[in-house]
Write a protein that binds this ligand. Structure first.
Ligand SMILES: C[S@@+](CC[C@H](N)C(=O)[O-])C[C@H]1O[C@@H](n2cnc3c(N)ncnc32)[C@H](O)[C@@H]1O
Length: 355
């Protein structure tokens, strides 16, 4: 179990923290998350390609390198404007919303807990060039950079504020072999390639055309290069995720336009579907491994009252929604004010064709 940001039960309706060093995106309204609760989206987990690595303990993040600060590369825009205007609009809006981003920063206690698993599966060799997809506020990016001190890591993310925080973090820690690009990885060309490997910690579930996105990622990787990412297993195995509980308080999701898939944290939870999707994107040797890990967190990592408005729940339903959330989280509560969040996640590995 990991003691992550263990804190007392927070006061309700706290205002979000300021996002220093991050220019907020133009879209500041986030009526509701782009994803809908998992029950309506994902099928039950498929049969395993490989076994379950059960209830492993979290590893600590690799220490940030303390070497002399250099001029970190400037955060840049993608080189070519390939983005179709209609792609990933809701996700782009959500991940650029300063309120959502502030909430997201509390969530990192959950995602950061799995970085050791990502690194283990990727096994980066010093000198490699690595593309990290959905790099967020950059914690995993810095861990990857520490693993390839003579190499380089490029973090690409659709969120300008999160990329700004990531870049600031790299500057503060004097890490010179990282750069951050604001990009929609589904379409954009990311500078810094070709890469030896592409990696992602929960950053590849939000594409509305995943085959197109994973094919684009493959084009950035050298022949024989690796893809390793971490995604969530089924929602039923991740009871700390409250989005599903809030479904009854929201109108049904809008119809999907033809050719689009619904993005969301559980969009890759079906193992066989994900394998097919990767193969359709030109990846080979797809394999995966399941993990379970319990992480000790504070309530605000899992839920804050203003999340109800953020999710788009009408004021009149707030009390009932809050009760539903309390009932869902109660079994996870521990006497000391902390919560044990059981994380069920998966590492997925694939290889680009050699020729
Ligand atoms: C769940 S967060 C994970 C962030 C970080 N990797 C971590 O583990 O804390 C998902 C990230 O994917 C990014 N993202 C979503 N859609 C994207 C897209 N089409 N292209 C690039 N990044 C995207 C979001 O902005 C967000 O930072």
């Amino acid at each position: 179990m990991v003691d992550a940001a263990l804190a007392k039960r927070p006061a309700r309706l706290r205002s979000p923290p300021r996002l220093d060093g991050a220019a907020a995106g133009a879209d500041t309204v986030c009526p509701r998350p782009a994803y809908v609760p998992a029950a309506s989206l994902v099928s039950p987990p498929g049969r395993g390609i490989s076994g379950t690595d059960s209830t492993r303990r979290a590893r600590t993040q690799p220490q940030d390198r303390s070497q002399a600060a250099g001029d970190n590369e400037k955060m840049s825009e993608p080189t070519a404007p390939q983005r179709k205007p209609e792609s990933n609009q809701a996700e782009r809006r959500r991940w650029n919303d300063p309120v959502w981003v502030a909430r997201w920063l509390n969530r990192q206690a959950l995602t950061s807990a799995v970085s050791g698993y990502l690194l283990d599966s990727l096994a980066p060799a010093d000198g490699e060039r690595i593309l990290e997809i959905g790099s967020g506020a950059g914690r995993a990016t810095l861990a990857l950079a520490a693993a390839v001190p003579r190499g380089a890591v490029t973090g690409a993310d659709i969120s300008r504020p999160l990329s700004g925080l990531a870049r600031q973090r790299a500057v503060d820690q004097g890490v010179a072999n990282v750069s951050f690009v604001v990009a929609d990885v589904q379409h954009d060309t990311i500078p810094g390639g070709p890469f030896d490997a592409a990696a992602s910690q929960f950053g590849v579930m939000f594409f509305d055309e995943p085959v197109r996105a994973f094919a684009n990622i493959r084009r950035h990787v050298l022949p024989g290069g690796r893809l390793v990412f971490v995604c969530w297993q089924d929602a039923s195995r991740n009871p700390w995720m409250i989005a599903e509980i809030l479904a009854p308080f929201l109108p049904p999701p809008a119809e999907l336009p033809p050719g689009k898939r619904r993005p969301g944290p559980f969009s890759l939870a079906d193992r066989e579907e994900t394998r097919e999707l990767l193969e359709a994107s030109g990846w080979e040797d797809v394999a995966s491994r399941d993990h379970d890990l319990t992480v000790r967190v504070s309530l605000e990592t899992l839920f804050e009252d203003d999340a109800l408005s953020l999710y788009g729940i009408a004021e009149a339903d707030h009390d009932r929604a809050r009760e539903a959330v309390d009932a869902r989280l109660a079994p996870l509560e521990r006497g000391d004010g902390g919560y044990d969040a059981p994380l069920a996640f998966r590492t997925v590995m694939a290889r680009a064709p050699r020729a």
